[in-house]
Design a protein around this ligand. Structure first.
Ligand code: NAI
Length: 265
């Protein structure tokens, strides 16, 4: 039976991915820091759950190894867990930076490092990393977040090139603002900022309408079936990305206007 691990699968985008995978007959292991939430979701979807902190490399390795050995194969590794961190660069502490790097970048590195050798040995498998539009365009007032998501895009594309010779696929998902609980708990466990408190309002203002996690999960499934390198959604995100590629300097000027509009000094 095809098997997937989805980190951050108890909520939002990860949960929507789990639903889509379940519909396609894939056995899903929901791995989340919120162990109780993972159990609840697993009960609803009829799949498995594991409490997992993606910042713990050994715990990620143990889970990935156990699942692959127990099920006989690992078809998908979704490195999706992430946190939102926002604020002006001068007010963010090193804790904001380090926590963002630990969860959003190291968390993905741990998943890749554990799953890739197994998939190489199998000669198949698909690693799917959730980055963000902030991995493709400058997202001011979220500088650490932007840095980690750009890193996840770079990591994914470089690994994709390397992995193709071994039958392993790698895709990276870059969603625009999506209607999930993430926007209501920015800066988790960190000093709060005005940007963090207003994340949902700013996201709605910036994008017009928040995208739905279910629509995004549908886009992701289509992108994976076509083995897309980058899955960018919704359409407004693809337009913004095109704009950045046409003129990076203009994109920064547009981002600077947005900072002034949002009152980020
Ligand atoms: P969410 O907050 O609804 O879900 C994130 C899940 O990750 C939660 O269940 C949380 O418990 C889990 N998690 C957090 N830290 C963890 C850790 N250390 N170990 C394991 N699990 C952990 O958020 P959402 O929106 O579903 O986010 C999923 C991914 O999508 C994240 O990587 C986020 O950066 C990215 N994203 C979200 C966007 C949005 O507007 N919601 C836009 C672009 C990207």
């Amino acid at each position: 039976m095809r098997t997937a691990i989805v980190t951050g699968g108890a909520s939002g985008i990860g949960l929507a991915i789990c639903r889509e995978l379940g519909r396609r007959g894939v056995h899903v292991v929901i791995a989340d820091l919120d162990g109780a939430g993972a159990e609840r979701a697993a009960k609803e979807l009829g799949c498995s759950a594991a409490a997992l902190d993606v910042t713990d490399a050994q715990a990620v390795r143990d889970l990935v190894t156990d699942v692959a050995a127990g099920k006989g194969q690992l078809d998908f590794m979704f490195n999706n867990a992430g946190i939102a961190v926002g604020g002006t660069a001068d007010e963010l502490t090193l804790d904001h930076w380090n926590r963002t790097i630990d969860v959003n970048l190291r968390g993905v590195v741990h998943g890749v490092h554990a799953a890739y050798p197994i998939m190489m040995r199998q000669g198949f498998g698909h690693i799917v990393n959730t980055a963000s539009m902030a991995g493709l365009v400058p997202a001011p007032l979220m500088t650490p977040y932007t840095a980690t998501k750009h890193a996840v895009v770079g990591l994914s594309l470089a690994l994709r090139a390397e992995a193709s010779g071994h039958g392993v696929r790698v895709s990276v998902v870059c969603p625009g603002f999506t209607d999930t609980p993430l926007l209501d708990h920015a800066n988790p466990g960190l000093p709060q900022t005005a940007t963090g408190r207003g994340a949902r309002r700013s996201a709605t203002r910036a994008q017009g309408r928040l995208y739905s996690a279910d629509s995004l999960a549908g886009d992701i499934m289509r992108g994976l079936s076509r083995d897309r390198a980058l899955i960018v959604a919704p359409a407004s995100g693809r337009m913004a990305w095109r704009g950045v590629r046409l003129s990076p300097a203009l994109a920064v000027r547009v981002a600077a206007l947005a900072v002034r509009r949002l009152g980020g000094r």
